[in-house]
Design a protein. Structure first.
Ligand code: SIN
Ligand code: CO
Length: 389
């Protein structure tokens, strides 16, 4: 996709303009981002998903039987939905793109962003008045109105320590002031982009309101430092440690002096400043599946010759729903393919093909090592045969 083409998804902005002026900086409302949008899922189907084992679902009741802003977690019994009041509740189902291919297809519209930044598509359903209260999320999100109408009000950027209502299971802002003009009712196909840390409040204005949240992931500094240190730590030899050869006698043996701190600082920085290790760690982190236990590894290793034969007979492998791929070149010919939190070295064009949307068929076998790579990915649960899906 050329980055200088105006995109109707972005209200006529080019990807480059959107990224320069809005992404991570400020909200953008796009009327009619999706023309004639028809929700691929209806409210009953969403409720059905929320009753399934392994699907992450929450129900938020503003005036719940056990108190205000009551949150319950799925899987739900179908009977629950018959007992709810006529208004002021919301059902939220996470990662619907993992279960409904038509929902996953929506993600293709966001190819102007790195795919490994995508997290999932959450879908909410609400009768009139339903909301999750004014709040802040720590991720970028595109809120697509799927069905009915929702009023969105924005309250600007709020600091990390903005007070939240105590004693409830939701992080609802204690104070929420609507910024002038930031108050809209969204219709199906309209879309609102919000950067992280931006206060927002969306309230259903219709009998059946469904909102699709296309959310993005970005590890916090806390998560990144901890996880990178773990990754690096496993690869460091025990002999690499604090060393103070050639030091001068301490002025006071109890003092932690500047020289000691400097030695420790250098030791730590020397282990961190290794670009290839950084790439190996980052690729693994950003391709970690959202739900690790949804990957189903093979019981026994795949026979590579059998896999080749099946591909040559015209069978196709599919990327498992929820599986995540990325690649990084190692040199002009080879790359690391990252798949579901693992990294495998292979031919560069092969890594690109597997991480793309292209079909995984016999044509791939033209690349050296393709059969072994595909077998390894199949055994890890990242790929499946088309008819197994
Ligand atoms: C919703 O869809 O009800 C809430 C989405 C959000 O505010 O992040
Ligand atoms: Co939100």
């Amino acid at each position: 996709m050329p980055s200088d083409a105006p995109l109707s998804l972005l209200g006529g902005l080019t990807a480059a303009e959107f990224l320069r002026d809005y992404w991570q900086r400020k909200p953008l409302l796009i009327r009619g981002a999706f023309v004639d949008f028809e929700s691929p899922l209806d409210p009953d189907e969403l409720a059905g998903l929320a009753c399934e084992e392994g699907v992450e679902a929450r129900l938020v009741e503003e005036d719940g039987p056990d108190g205000p802003w009551q949150v319950s977690h799925g899987p739900f019994d179908e009977a629950v939905f018959g007992e709810l009041p006529e208004r002021d509740w919301t059902l939220l189902v996470q990662a619907v793109d993992h279960y409904v291919p038509e929902v996953a297809e929506l993600l293709e519209h966001f190819d102007f962003l790195p795919r490994w930044r995508l997290d999932d598509i959450m879908i909410s359903y609400a009768p009139p008045g339903g909301s999750v209260g004014p709040h802040v999320d720590q991720y970028d999100v595109f809120l697509i109105q799927g069905l009915g109408r929702r009023r969105w009000q924005l309250g600007g950027r709020v600091p990390d320590d903005a007070p939240i209502i105590p004693g409830i299971d939701l992080r609802i802002l204690e104070r929420f002031t609507v910024a002038a003009g930031d108050d809209w009712v969204l219709e199906p196909g309209d879309m609102l982009y919000l950067p992280p840390g931006w206060a927002h409040h969306g309230v259903s204005q219709s009998d059946d309101c469904m909102t699709y949240s296309v959310g993005f992931r970005a590890p916090s500094a806390d998560e990144a430092v901890t996880s990178f240190a773990d990754f690096i730590g496993e690869r460091l030899p025990p002999s690499l440690r604090y060393a103070d050869a050639g030091m001068t006698p301490p002025a006071d043996p109890a003092e932690l002096d500047d020289a000691a701190l400097e030695r420790m600082r250098r030791l730590i920085l020397s282990t961190l400043d290794e670009p290839s290790q950084l790439a190996q760690w980052f690729g693994r982190v950003m391709t970690q599946p959202k739900y690790v236990d949804q990957l189903v590894p093979s019981d026994t290793p795949t026979d590579v010759d059998e896999l080749v034969a099946l591909l040559q007979e015209g069978e196709e492998l599919l990327r498992s729903p929820g599986s995540r791929f990325a690649w990084r070149a190692l040199d002009d010919e080879t790359a690391t393919l990252f798949a579901d939190g693992d990294g495998i070295a292979c031919a560069l064009p092969l890594a690109r093909a597997v991480a793309s949307d292209e079909p995984l068929d016999a044509e791939l076998l033209a690349h050296e090592g393709a059969a072994e790579l595909l077998a390894a990915l199949y055994d890890a649960g990242s790929l499946a045969w088309a008819e197994e899906e």
